[in-house]
Design a protein around this ligand. Sequence first.
Ligand SMILES: Nc1nc(=O)c2c([nH]1)NC[C@@H]1CN(c3ccc(C(=O)N[C@@H](CCC(=O)O)C(=O)O)cc3)C=[N+]21
Length: 284
Amino acid sequence: MGAQIIDGKAISSAIRQQIKQQVMELQQKTGKSPGLAVVLVGEDPASQIYVRNKEKACQEVGIYSEVYRLPQETSQQQLLDLVHQLNERQEINGILVQLPLPDHLDEMTVLRDISPDKDVDGFHAVNAGKLLNGEKGFVPCTPKGIITLIKSTNVDIKGKDAVVVGRSNIVGKPVSILLLNENATVTICHSKTADLKSHTQRADILVVATGKPNLITGDMVKPGSVVIDVGTTRVEGKLTGDVHFASAKEVAGWITPVPGGVGPMTITMLLQNTVEAAVSQWKL
Ligand SMILES: Nc1nc(=O)c2c([nH]1)NC[C@@H]1CN(c3ccc(C(=O)N[C@@H](CCC(=O)O)C(=O)O)cc3)C=[N+]21
């Protein structure tokens, strides 16, 4: 018994099939493939895995990709020089600088120097502003994937109580705006929220993106609700979500697993954004 599992892996592969088709059509029409540059600074093992997965995903769907692996001691200027070069390169439609950057580098400055037209992560202030204003721009990959996963349940978002736990610029804030755009009533909770449980218990849609393993237990979940777990923390070698899966799945109506939920969707949305970038830069 218990919740239906939202299979992010299966939904991802269906969308990747469509993207592959679209890339083939673009190649036939233009003789070119969309191109993505991924920049990784330092040797964080988790980042290495993500970057390799992104590279593989690009290959699968026919997106051209370049990966720049820069040493830990790369200077701010060296990183900015690379970003500027990539901004100018015709064959590169999307640029992603893997976060977090080493402490001596200023993320905000680096993100601001990526051309907003190539900002497939949707982290540039221009794209964040467009999202807030309801203008067309790049939507961050994880939030975009989350909305796709919620819609896959056929639960109508309109008028529902959505509670987002976490207020990062990468997930919490943008997913809150997307849910608001879908006409949910949105509450944003965070580490200073007084009574977290009182909020999560009322959530028809619960999105958890805190990086605190097993923060949300079954007693904090509303019966029948949609629970989206964004956390992927390695605990004793095992990838662990922010939601205690075993107890939450007895209460929720739908729930995403970790792994195999939000993670694969993030990469799929990156592929989608890269194709979008190419189509718009090629003026198709
Ligand atoms: N500029 C930038 N853009 C990002 O999108 C970005 C980033 N920096 N920094 C790190 C986070 C994290 N992130 C994930 C992507 C895929 C999985 C993923 O595919 N996870 C698999 C499991 C992978 C594994 O086994 O480790 C899953 O959940 O099933 C997870 C996490 C993207 N991020």
